[in-house]
Design a protein around this ligand. Structure first.
Ligand code: ZN
Ligand code: ZN
Length: 453
């Protein structure tokens, strides 16, 4: 079921170690990639795994050949004159997306473009994967131009590795849309319902464009859209995988990759046993995810859909959907089912699983649009949302146990009052024959059990 050779993003830089580095936890401060064992304070004493800092952004901006970029933008826009304006990256008005730096291209007639530059601080993310994000997002935006889904138009992109690219960085040029990011935590009930009702209309439009495979979009040499490998996911801890022709393959492969990476010490090294059992449980309930999808049609989804991907005007009209970097075509249950947009973030990381009031509002909106088929997904099971949450940084072992309990409750109502300690010890004992068992026991003993910084 699982791979014997697990691909790695990087190898531990401690001399003679040779073990795979934990993904997404490379240290830019001392420029080290560290394995599960060497992540511990005993071996690594930097204050914390640093987020982007001003120095890094200044360095990135200094590498951009602005006159070259402005020249390209002008050529792409009928020779209109334009100027480069750096985006703020701290404080109010910050437009730093987490893995990207954004700046503006201002045309003299008032037209505005955005230039999106993947950040290139010291990390273990392979350069080819970063370039894949750029080309896939470009193809996705180009595809969206052929639909009624409101999204920025894309104008051009360049790869750092391309000798003909003199801009000095990877970049993607796109339309800058007006509006502000939607924030469900401060929206009134009426505003939220207004957004969800419009979003239902967008889902109907997306349903009109089915694909035959699950994966991320690329443009082939003839300029035709093709579904290629999936472009990682929102935490960028996976590489490229797929594409897939069936729902079952898609979900199973995602779960299997996590199981392999956890056992290999590349993911969730502070709670490997609990994380492994979480994905094993999801793997076992794969059929429940697949059973409510009709046929093997796949639909485009913006996967970083916490709500701020929707730009809204002052009346809460959706102006556009942004941030398509990890977009992919997904099974219907994922495209139209419970998502981060309709999640209740108070309960998402707890055992209190189930559809939310926002899920039900989306259900009603889809029904009102005469799309009972899509509405069924919106209110069916939260399992698909739980499948894709993943473990964000900062979660404790207890948080992960709660999330396992949540998945158990979704698949078995009798699990409500289950003794989780008993469940974990029984399940783990059942895994003794699994090839990953010894690896994870080894990780449990070798790595310090401290929470992610
Ligand atoms: Zn360090
Ligand atoms: Zn090491």
């Amino acid at each position: 079921m699982k791979n014997s050779i697990v691909p790695r993003f990087a190898t531990c830089t401690i001399e003679h170690c040779g073990k795979p580095a934990v993904r997404a936890l490379s240290c830019a401060h001392c420029e080290s990639h560290l394995c599960a064992k060497h992540q511990s304070r005993q071996f690594h004493r930097c204050p914390s795994i640093s987020e982007a800092n001003d120095d890094e952004v200044e360095e990135l901006i200094s590498r951009i050949d602005k006159s070259e970029l402005v020249q390209i933008a002008s050529t792409l826009n009928e020779g209109k004159h334009c100027t480069f304006r750096p985006g703020k990256h701290v404080g109010d008005g910050a437009i730093m997306g987490c893995p990207n730096y954004h700046a503006w291209i201002d045309f003299d007639d008032g037209e505005k473009w955005l230039v999106r530059i993947p950040r290139s601080d010291f990390s273990s993310i392979p350069a080819t994967l970063v370039e894949y994000f750029v080309s896939s997002e470009y193809a996705t935006l180009k595809f969206l131009e052929t639909t009624k889904v409101p999204a920025p138009r894309a104008f051009g992109f360049g790869f750092l590795s391309d000798p003909a690219n003199h801009v000095g960085v990877n970049y993607l040029l796109m339309q800058a849309l007006p509006g502000n990011p939607y924030d469900s935590s401060i929206a009134t009930g009426n505003q939220r319902n207004r957004v969800l009702r419009q979003f239902a209309g967008i889902l109907v439009e997306i349903s009109n464009h089915p694909f035959k495979k699950a994966g991320s979009l690329l443009l082939d040499r003839n300029g035709a859209f093709e579904v290629a490998a999936v472009a990682s996911h929102r935490f960028i801890t996976l590489g490229r995988y797929g594409p897939f022709r069936t729902d079952a393959d898609y979900f199973a492969t995602i779960a299997d990759q996590h199981l392999d990476l956890i056992a290999d010490g590349q993911l969730y090294h502070t709670y490997p046993k609990e994380a492994f059992l979480f994905y094993q449980l999801l793997r076992q309930h794969n059929h429940e995810l697949c059973s409510n999808t009709s046929g093997n049609a796949f639909f485009l989804k913006q996967v970083n859909d916490k709500g701020d991907h929707l730009l809204v005007d002052e009346e809460h009209n959706i102006v556009g959907i942004i941030d398509w970097q990890f977009a992919r075509t997904v099974p219907a249950c994922e495209a139209f089912g419970p998502s981060l947009l309709t999640a209740d973030f108070q309960t998402l990381y707890s055992r209190n699983a189930g559809v939310t009031e926002a899920d039900r509002e989306l259900f009603r909106a889809l029904q009102d649009l005469q799309r009972a088929d899509l509405a069924t997904y919106a209110s069916s099971s939260e399992l698909v949302r739980r499948f894709h949450i993943g473990f964000a940084r900062g979660l404790s072992r207890d948080d992960v146990c709660e999330m396992v309990a949540g998945v158990l409750r979704l698949s078995s109502p009798r699990a409500q009052d289950m003794d989780m300690n008993l469940w974990f010890s029984q399940e783990w004992a059942n895994d003794q024959g699994d090839s990953c068992y010894a690896q994870i026991e080894d990780l449990e003993h070798s790595s310090a059990h401290e929470a992610f910084p």
